[in-house]
Design a protein around this ligand. Structure first.
Ligand SMILES: Cc1ncc(COP(=O)(O)O)c(C=O)c1O
Length: 402
């Protein structure tokens, strides 16, 4: 597949006509187990002396097909598909780290990941340092003899700060440390962490890669040795975060249109970000594609000039006498088209007010420290007509004055 361009690879990789029926679409092998003609054959398959399948927790043909497609997507040697993005992240940690190791992570990561890093890993004897990975000197200073991995999300959720993946990878290589990047927010053709020097990429496939809002799944992509370790210790043996063949099938189908969808998400997001920048109710718009983004120059290179479909913006205090917190809630409650929902990367525009919806239980000071201010709103810009999205926001902004 290497000689083909991205749009071609993402359609064809992993998809061969079915051996028995010649079906073009990969069949859903919805089975727990596989049969053998003899005990000898079972032993040979189980111990890898001959190809084949034994039990779907370990391997399944539909899952193999999506794993091959995901390799082509990120340019990795091997991939493992998991039952959720958190399953991928948990399996990465369990598969790559052990008691006594030290992990450096960005201090702004997805909430579930944050919990695993702060709670589960220390319980397993893994030391974790969380810091602002935009600060390369701070990263260098945090490296210890037992540091095994640097873990980053770029752009971060929901403040859309970037980490220089190339620079971090260079530092890590000098110390023999692995770099893992959560690339959920900006999948190819936007950002290619492996090409930038990272060793492993994780995804919540739930989001852009499947792209239709009907699957929970995840993946880790990297070199064959690391993926085998993650598969054996994390996914298949210990955690069992095995995906269903049906979700593998849906993702095979969804991923084929990834480049088309990504282009439209990016185009709509750029236009909506510019629209929001002009609204007098808005204090600040976070979008790496805007010239006003403090890391726009890095984004141009690292995100291939595409910037993804996620925007966050802050409402001003005192609009029509409302606090920013109340204005955030009121704005969302007046939307007619955009869905008030967490998640991202769906064809539908999803909008959320983190302070009231997802971070209500976080002490205000802590919430502020990670940039989740009272009036912050995150939008996963969908594939609807941009004018309908603007009109929906416009009428909701007008409703704030009533
Ligand atoms: C950046 C990021 N990583 C990982 C996850 C976890 O993925 P999942 O919900 O598929 O377990 C999410 C979920 O929102 C996410 O946004």
């Amino acid at each position: 597949m290497d000689k083909y361009r991205f749009e071609t690879k993402i359609i064809h990789a992993g998809q061969k006509p079915d051996k028995t029926s010649k079906a073009l679409a990969t069949p859903i092998y919805q089975t727990s187990t596989f049969c053998f003609d003899s005990v000898e054959e079972a032993g040979d398959v189980n111990f890898g002396r001959q190809p084949g399948y034994m039990y779907s927790r370990a391997a399944n043909p539909t899952v193999d097909a999506i794993q091959e497609k995901l390799c082509a997507l990120e340019g990795g040697e091997a991939a493992v598909f998991t039952s959720s993005g958190m399953g991928a992240i948990g399996s990465l940690m369990v598969g790559m780290l052990e008691s006594g190791d030290h992990l450096i992570s960005g201090d702004t990561v997805y909430g579930g990941t944050d919990y695993v890093l702060r709670t589960n890993l220390p319980r397993m004897g893994i030391e974790v340092t969380m810091l602002d990975t935009r600060d390369l000197e701070a990263v260098k200073a945090a490296i210890k003899p037992n540091t095994k991995m640097i873990y980053v999300e770029s752009p971060t959720n929901p403040t859309l700060k970037l980490t220089d993946i190339s620079a971090i990878s260079k530092i890590a290589k000098e110390h023999g440390i692995k770099v893992a990047v959560d690339n959920t927010f900006s999948p190819p053709p936007i950002q290619y962490p492996l090409a930038l020097g990272a060793d492993l990429v994780v995804h919540s496939v739930t989001k852009y890669i499947n792209g239709h809002g009907d699957v929970i799944a995840g993946a880790v992509i990297g070199n064959a040795e690391d993926i085998q370790s993650i598969k054996a210790h994390g996914v298949t043996k210990l955690c069992g975060t095995t995906p269903s063949p049906f979700n593998a099938y849906l993702t095979l189908r969804g991923a084929k249109t990834l480049p088309l969808r990504i282009r439209q998400h990016c185009e709509n997001a750029m236009e909506l970000a510019r629209f929001l920048e002009k609204r007098e109710e808005v204090k600040l718009v976070n979008y790496p594609g805007l010239e006003s983004h403090p890391q726009h120059e890095l984004a141009k290179v690292q995100m291939n000039g595409m910037y993804s479909g996620i925007i966050s913006f802050e409402l001003k205090e005192g609009i029509n006498g409302l606090s920013a917190f109340e204005a955030g809630k009121k704005l969302l409650n007046n939307l007619k088209l955009m869905a008030i929902a967490v998640s991202l990367g769906d064809p539908d525009t999803l909008i959320e007010h983190p302070a009231s919806m997802t971070h209500d239980n976080v002490p205000v000071e802590e919430r502020m420290k990670i940039g989740i201010t009272d009036g912050l709103i995150r939008v996963s810009v969908g594939l609807e007509h941009i004018d309908d999205l603007k009109e929906d926001l416009e009428q909701a902004f007008e409703a704030l004055q009533k």
